[in-house]
Design a protein around this ligand. Structure first.
Ligand SMILES: Cc1cc2nc3c(=O)[nH]c(=O)nc-3n(C[C@H](O)[C@H](O)[C@H](O)COP(=O)(O)OP(=O)(O)OC[C@H]3O[C@@H](n4cnc5c(N)ncnc54)[C@H](O)[C@@H]3O)c2cc1C
Length: 502
């Protein structure tokens, strides 16, 4: 049943993790005539990881009218300028690089020189084509500066966050309830399907029946409604993303709070380090085909220098892939129930945000019908696949030879046609960024992000040309760029001080 404005009369959200409460807030803010209930299980709880974001989380908070100062202190949140990738490449000079979020200064001033030098380096000239000098947010991160500029700074800058996921859930739950969302505790034991294949209700283990006109499946990896009940098929990414487990351990926070996530390659996967105000969140994402959970925990502890065995580790399993349809009949899947890629670029909440906002637009434009269901599903699938390709590229292009895990990842030929095209362009194009646009390959990640990754790994041919003609002009340009970025940096504050003022 629909309201006069074409929105459902009653929506039931199953699951109270970050995805469920994000959905509850967005729906309650925008669909004011809809009655919204959320049912969650105290016994099952939430996954309780997922502490880094992209700039989409800022878009989410903007959409529900919440300022940084309202939620960040409550969630021990810090600012994030991007991610350092450490030890993924063994190319001398390219052992580490930074993947920054976008700033307006990139495209206007600094990134054209990066592209120019990539091209020169591709022709064998000895120029600086490592991404780090070319991005303002890389400079901010290496100087512990937060991403909020002085008011007089005329260029926009995108930023993400690090946060305690349990506290974020609590904050969002309170906010949604203040907007009128009804919270119910209970275990969903079954979902009831009508003859037309639509859901009519869910039944709780105490036999309570919760009816609704539309259902949002946020039940995490349980995927109760979309996969278990409606039998929508699932497409696994395990052929090219082989990690399927993680071990998580907190550690003591540094005095100067970093503004970056660190992703360090280990023997059979990689470790994240996420700075919160009160602790580092750390985790080792690995493939259990190559290392067992005890070995992974020991390696993570060694990597962290964490000698105290009393600090408890949590072990998690991950299922990597996505559903074929995110919207089917009268059900939308959001969060881990719709799919998960792996946390390397911290994209899960961004995909959840895109799913919810785009669904709301399609549903209303279709006046409450399923007219735009296919277009919506195709779009969300291509977002998932675009993120997958970018993540796969980190593994495919790795330069490590120290374990079968890394050698197998580099040798893996199960890569998509799109990723193949991008790699071909990288090696052959005369103008990588322009060709990426022409071939419409920048939907999920901009050309500069691809260039950061590939140049950051040092994916270049051998030096073979006399650089002397090129060099002095190049040197002057790079010095000018360094000076420009340093001067921009004067408009930004120390991260600790910025947080203290909130
Ligand atoms: C190792 C790892 C690291 C990650 N890192 C990041 C990151 O850095 N950034 C990022 O954006 N994302 C990350 N993610 C993903 C992120 O954790 C999730 O996208 C996010 O927490 C949302 O989860 P969710 O709400 O879909 O599921 P959950 O948090 O699992 O919530 C599921 C909800 O469904 C309820 N439920 C389940 N079954 C029933 C039932 N039968 N009856 C009633 N209720 C039920 C549960 O009680 C719970 O409330 C990571 C994930 C993993 C595994």
């Amino acid at each position: 049943m629909l309201n006069n404005d074409g929105t459902p009369k009653k929506i039931l959200i199953v699951g109270g993790g970050t995805a469920g409460w994000m959905a509850a807030n967005l729906l309650a803010c925008k669909w004011k005539s809809t009655e919204i209930c959320l049912v969650e299980s105290k016994e099952i709880g939430i996954i309780g990881v997922g502490e880094g974001s992209t700039p989409h989380l800022k878009l989410f908070f903007d959409a529900i009218g919440v300022a940084d100062s309202q939620w960040m202190p409550r969630c021990n949140a810090t600012y994030k300028n991007g991610i350092t990738f450490d030890k993924w490449s063994t190319n001398p000079g390219f052992e580490s690089y930074f993947h920054p979020f976008a700033a307006q200064t990139d495209d206007i001033f600094t990134v054209p020189l990066f592209y120019k030098n990539i091209q020169a380096r591709m022709q064998g000239y000895s120029v600086n084509a490592h991404p780090d000098p070319y991005f303002l947010e890389t400079y901010l991160s290496s100087n512990n500066l937060g991403p909020l500029p002085a008011e007089s700074f005329p260029f926009g800058i995108a930023y993400g966050y690090h946060f305690d996921s349990a506290l974020l859930g609590q904050f969002l739950a309170e906010k949604a309830q203040s907007l009128g969302v009804k919270r119910i505790y209970g275990n969903v034991s079954e979902a009831i399907v009508k003859t037309d294949g639509c859901l009519s209700a869910v039944k709780l283990s105490d036999n309570t029946v919760l009816e609704a006109d539309f259902f949002v499946d946020c039940s995490g990896f349980n995927a109760l409604l979309m996969q278990k009940t409606l039998k929508v098929s699932y497409s696994s990414f395990k052929d090219n993303l082989i990690n399927n487990a993680a071990v998580v351990i907190p550690s003591k926070i540094a005095k100067n709070l970093p503004t970056e996530t660190k992703a360090t390659a280990l023997s059979n996967g990689w470790a994240w380090q996420i700075p919160l105000r009160n602790r580092f969140g750390n985790g080792y994402v690995y493939s259990s085909d190559y290392i067992d959970s005890n070995q992974a925990e020991t390696e993570l502890r060694q990597h962290l220098g964490l000698l105290d065995p009393n600090v408890e580790a949590r072990h998690l399993k991950m299922k990597v892939g996505r559903v074929e349809k995110h919207w089917h009949k009268n059900c939308l899947a959001v969060g881990l129930s719709q799919g998960f890629i792996e946390p390397l670029e911290a994209t899960a909440l961004a995909l959840s945000f895109n799913t919810i906002t785009q669904f709301m637009q399609c549903f209303q434009e279709g006046k409450g019908t399923n007219l735009f269901e296919d277009a919506f599903n195709n779009d969300i699938n291509s977002r998932f696949d675009g993120v997958r390709d970018y993540i796969v590229c980190h593994y495919k292009m790795n330069q490590r030879t120290d374990s079968a895990y890394w050698r197998d990842n580099a040798a893996n030929s199960n890569i998509s046609e799109t990723l193949n095209k991008i790699l071909t362009l990288w090696h052959n194009s005369q103008d990588f960024a322009d060709d990426m646009h022409k071939h419409k390959l920048t939907a999920s990640y901009q050309a500069k992000s691809w260039a950061c990754l590939l140049a950051g790994y040092g994916t270049f041919p051998k030096l073979n040309q006399d650089s002397s003609i090129y060099y002095s002009a190049h040197q002057q340009e790079v010095e000018g760029l360094n000076d420009f970025i340093r001067r921009c940096g004067l408009n930004f504050q120390n991260h600790n001080e910025l947080l203290t003022r909130q």
